[in-house]
Design a protein around this ligand. Structure first.
Ligand code: F3S
Length: 284
């Protein structure tokens, strides 16, 4: 059985940067370090950070002092201001691509555009984006949502960094019919596009696709959707132990891809287990 790992898979620039900032903060043992929310959407990597003394808090109230790390997804500026007001040292790991989306939203709001965000409601990144529009943004997940928006003079569209380009095109098309003027900022990040293109291309030439990443990871969920849309049986797992031998029955080529928050060591364990299962079925 041949195992092929997608050309672009696993940690992206923004996640590596966030982890480097946290590792540096953890080396200084003079004060506690907490991340506000999970630093990245991967429970196994969060557990590894915990073992290095980096704790995870869901709100500022759970942080007694020391340093607070803002995740790569970004936060509401009011939360950052509150952290500083409480005397916490703020380590800002917001990905520069998310920051770019923040800037576009602020500009649109200042210039009087009704802001529309294509993104997963409830996702931290989308919460941070909406906050930049003063809480007045419309959050949509599909063209149908956009079609239901009121007619406006001017709409401005910004996208959660991990969305699909195809969905962006559909939503922009629907919005164009709801206003006289539409500005679109394609803020889907390059790492996302590269991972999605590689996953699609690989899924089209294998018998089974394995998508590795946190179940709470938006970009991993998109990869699973993209692979499944090719018609190739696709399975999403967080760790190697979840691999089911029957998924591989009669497969000669298995593709592996992984979300931008999936560490190399987990991808390695999945590939290793695939190899073992492949050898076992060859000997059977
Ligand atoms: Fe940044 Fe894109 Fe990664 S927005 S955190 S480089 S998926």
């Amino acid at each position: 059985m041949e195992i092929i790992v997608a050309e672009n898979a696993g940690f992206c620039f923004g996640v590596k940067r966030a982890l480097d900032l946290v590792a540096r903060a953890a080396r200084d043992r003079s004060r506690p370090v907490h991340t506000l929310g999970p630093l990245i959407h991967n429970p196994q990597e969060i557990a590894r950070l915990e073992s290095l003394g980096v704790h995870h808090a869901e709100s500022l109230d759970e942080i007694p002092g020391g340093a607070v790390v803002l995740s790569a997804h970004g936060v509401d500026p009011a939360v950052e201001a509150e952290a500083r007001a409480r005397g916490l040292q703020v380590i800002d790991a917001t990905c520069p691509f998310v920051r770019r989306a923040h800037r576009h939203i602020r500009t649109l709001a200042e210039r009087g555009y009704a802001v529309v965000i294509l993104g997963d409601p409830g996702h931290r990144e989308v919460g941070g984006l909406a906050a930049r529009a003063g809480g007045r943004a419309h959050i949509v997940t599909s063209a149908a949502d956009a079609q239901a928006l009121p007619v406006q003079k001017r709409y401005g569209l910004v996208v959660q960094t991990t969305q699909r380009s195809e969905t962006l095109r559909q939503v922009a098309g629907a919005l164009a019919e709801r206003c006289a003027e539409l500005r679109v900022f394609n803020t889907i990040c390059e790492a996302t596009v590269a991972r999605q293109d590689s996953a699609r291309e690989l899924a089209e030439r294998v018998d089974v696709m394995i998508v590795v990443g946190g179940r709470n990871s938006a970009n991993t969920a998109r990869l699973r959707e993209i692979c499944a849309a090719t018609g190739t049986p696709t399975h999403h797992l967080e760790v190697a132990q979840e691999l089911e031998p029957q998924w591989l029955a009669s497969a000669t080529r298995v593709g592996v891809t992984a979300g931008a928050s999936t560490p190399e060591w987990i991808i390695g364990q999945v590939v290793e287990r695939l190899r073992t299962l492949g050898d076992e079925s060859a000997q059977a």
